[in-house]
Design a binder for this molecule. Structure first.
Ligand code: HEC
Ligand code: HEC
Ligand code: HEC
Ligand code: HEC
Ligand code: HEC
Length: 371
C-alpha cells in the first residue's frame, strides 16, 4: 500500500513538473512573436515621430499585451497587441501589421466594436497563427474578401447598405430559396424538420466548415442524409456567406441608429492603398519585424486543408488525397493553385483561402515533398 502511494506521489509530482515545463514553453513561444512586433513598431514610431514630445511618448510605451473589451461582445480581443497602429494616422502607408485602418474604424471605434465582429478570427490569441484562426482546424478563420459582407449585413441588414456591399449575401439567400433548403431546414421558425435548425449556424460553425459541408456533406458528417447539390464554386461561396449571417442572440447586434442609415448607403468599400505595397520594400533595416516563419505541416492542418484533404490515411475527403501530390504537380504550379484555385482548377470546388505570399510559398514547398 505504502509503495503504491509513494509511486502515486511521484507520478503526481512528475505530472506537475511536466505541466509547468509545458506551460513555460507555451508562454515562452507565444510571447516572443508579439514582443518582436511591438519592438519593431516602437522603432518605426521613433523614426516617424516629428517632435521631441512624440518621441518621449513613444519611449514611455511599455511592451505589453494590449486588449480591447468591446462592450457588446463575448470576450477580450488582443488583435491590437500586434495591430498597434490601427488608429494612428501616421501609419497610413506602413506595412502590416502596422498599417492604420481605413476610415471604417472612425464610424466603428475599436474600443466599442473590437475587430472580431467584422473580421472573425480568435480575439484572445496573441500569435499570428492563432489570432488569424489558422492555429488549429476548429478555430474561426478570418473572414476575408466577400466573406466580410456577412458581418456588415448582420448588423446593418440589407436596406441600409449599398447593393454592392451585400451582393454576395443576397445571392446566397436567393440560392437557399432556389435549392429548397427550407424543405428540410428551419430558419427563424420557417421550414421543414428533416435537418437541423439553421437559425444560428453562423455562430456555431466556421465559414470553412460550412463551405466544406456544402461541397460534400457526407465527407464532413458521417452518414449524413443531406443531398449533394451540384453547386458551382461561386454558389458554395455565396451560400456560405449567407449562412454566416445567421447568428445567435449573443452575436447579433442589429442596432444601426437611424442617423447612420443614410450614410451607410453610400459606402462602396475602400480601394487598397498602392503606396502601402511599395513601402514594404523601403522599410528601414532595423525596423523590419522579426519575421514569423510558417511551418508547412502546421499550416496545412491549421489553415483548414485537412478539413478537405488527406495525407496518408489522415484528413478529410471533400477534395482529393494529396499523399503523392509532389509527383503530380510542380512547386510553381502548386503556388499558382493556392494563390487562385479557380485559375488552375476551373469548375472545381477548392475554395479561395486568401493565403499570403509567405504562406503560399511554405505550403507549396511542403506539398512538393509529398512524393
Ligand atoms: C501576433 C501578432 C498578431 C495578432 C495577435 C493578430 N495579427 Fe493580424 N496580422 C499580423 C501580421 C504579422 C500580419 C501580416 C502578415 C500576415 O498576413 O500574416 C497580419 C495581417 C492581418 C490581416 C491582413 C491579412 C492580409 O493578408 O492582408 C488582417 C485582416 C488581420 N491581420 C486581422 C487580425 C485580427 C482580426 C486579429 C485578432 C483576432 C489579428 N489580426 C491578430 C499579426 C497579428
Ligand atoms: C466595421 C467593420 C470592421 C472593424 C470593426 C474592423 N475592421 Fe479591419 N477591415 C474592415 C474592412 C471592410 C477591411 C477591408 C478594407 C476596407 O474596406 O477598409 C478591413 C481591413 C483591415 C486590414 C487590412 C487587410 C486587408 O485586407 O486590406 C487589417 C489588417 C484590419 N482590417 C485589421 C483590423 C483590426 C486589428 C481591427 C480591430 C482594431 C479591425 N480591423 C476592425 C472592416 C473592419
Ligand atoms: C457590430 C455591428 C456592426 C458591424 C459588424 C458593422 N457595422 Fe457599420 N455601423 C454600426 C453602427 C452601430 C453604426 C453607427 C455608428 C454610430 O454613429 O454610432 C455603423 C455605421 C456605419 C456607417 C456610417 C458611417 C459614417 O461615417 O456615417 C457605414 C458606412 C458602415 N457602418 C458600414 C459598415 C460596413 C461596410 C461594415 C462591414 C465591413 C459594417 N458597417 C459592419 C454597426 C456595425
Ligand atoms: C433532403 C433534406 C435536406 C435538404 C434539401 C438540405 N439539407 Fe442540409 N442537412 C440535412 C440533414 C439531414 C442534415 C444533418 C446531417 C449533416 O449535418 O450533414 C443537414 C445539415 C446541414 C447543415 C449543418 C448544420 C450543422 O450545424 O450541423 C447545414 C449548414 C445545411 N444542412 C445547409 C443546407 C443548405 C444550405 C441546403 C440547401 C442548399 C440544405 N442544407 C439542404 C438535410 C437537408
Ligand atoms: C472546402 C474544401 C477544401 C479546402 C479547405 C481545401 N481544398 Fe484543396 N481542393 C478541394 C477540392 C474539392 C479539390 C479538387 C479539385 C477541384 O475541385 O477542382 C481540391 C484540389 C486541391 C489540389 C489539387 C489536387 C490534385 O490532385 O491536383 C491541391 C494541391 C490542393 N487542393 C491543396 C489544398 C491546400 C494546400 C489547402 C489548404 C490551404 C486546401 N487545398 C484546402 C477542396 C478543398
Amino acid at each position: 500500500m505504502d509503495e503504491v502511494e509513494k509511486i502515486e506521489r511521484w507520478v503526481i509530482l512528475a505530472c506537475l513538473l511536466l505541466t509547468a515545463i509545458l506551460g513555460w514553453a507555451a508562454w515562452d513561444a507565444s510571447t516572443q512573436e508579439w514582443e518582436g512586433y511591438q519592438e519593431s513598431y516602437y522603432r518605426l514610431a521613433l523614426l516617424r515621430a516629428n517632435s521631441e514630445a512624440q518621441k518621449e511618448w513613444v519611449r514611455a510605451q511599455p511592451v505589453e499585451i494590449k486588449q480591447l473589451q468591446p462592450k457588446e461582445h463575448r470576450s477580450v480581443e488582443r488583435c491590437i497587441t500586434c495591430h498597434l497602429a490601427v488608429d494612428n494616422p501616421m501609419f497610413r502607408d506602413a506595412p502590416e501589421p502596422f498599417r492604420a485602418h481605413s476610415s471604417l474604424l472612425v464610424s466603428h471605434p475599436a474600443q466599442r466594436f473590437g475587430c472580431v465582429v467584422c473580421h472573425g478570427g480568435e480575439g484572445r490569441a496573441v500569435t499570428t497563427l492563432e489570432g488569424h484562426g489558422q492555429g488549429n482546424i476548429r478555430a474561426k478563420p478570418l473572414l476575408r474578401g466577400e466573406y466580410m459582407q456577412a458581418a456588415c449585413y448582420s448588423c446593418h441588414g440589407e436596406a441600409n447598405l449599398s447593393p454592392k456591399a451585400v451582393a454576395a449575401v443576397v445571392r446566397g439567400r436567393q440560392l437557399v430559396n432556389r435549392y429548397l433548403c427550407l424543405g428540410c431546414h428551419q430558419i427563424r421558425g420557417v421550414g421543414g424538420e428533416e435537418g437541423p435548425d439553421l437559425s444560428a449556424v453562423g455562430s456555431n460553425r466556421s465559414w470553412l466548415w460550412l463551405y466544406a459541408h456544402l461541397a460534400r456533406p457526407q465527407a464532413i458528417v458521417v452518414g449524413s442524409t443531406m443531398p449533394v447539390f451540384l453547386l458551382s464554386r461561386a454558389e458554395v461561396k455565396d451560400i456560405t456567406i449567407y449562412l454566416m449571417t445567421l447568428l445567435d442572440s449573443r452575436d447579433r447586434f442589429r442596432n444601426t441608429p437611424p442617423a447612420a442609415e443614410q450614410r451607410t448607403k453610400s459606402y462602396q468599400g475602400e480601394e487598397p492603398k498602392e503606396e502601402a505595397k511599395k513601402e514594404k520594400e523601403n522599410l528601414p533595416e532595423n525596423a523590419a519585424a522579426e519575421k514569423f516563419r510558417y511551418d508547412g505541416g502546421l499550416l496545412f492542418h491549421g489553415a483548414g486543408c485537412t478539413m478537405c484533404h488527406s495525407i496518408g490515411n489522415r484528413g478529410g475527403e471533400v477534395g482529393p488525397a494529396l499523399t503523392y501530390i509532389g509527383r503530380k504537380r510542380k512547386t510553381e504550379e502548386l503556388e499558382r493553385l493556392l494563390r487562385d484555385p479557380e485559375e488552375v482548377l476551373p469548375g472545381g470546388k477548392m475554395p479561395q483561402l486568401y493565403l499570403n505570399d509567405e504562406q503560399i510559398k511554405t505550403l507549396a514547398a511542403y506539398l512538393s515533398t509529398l512524393q
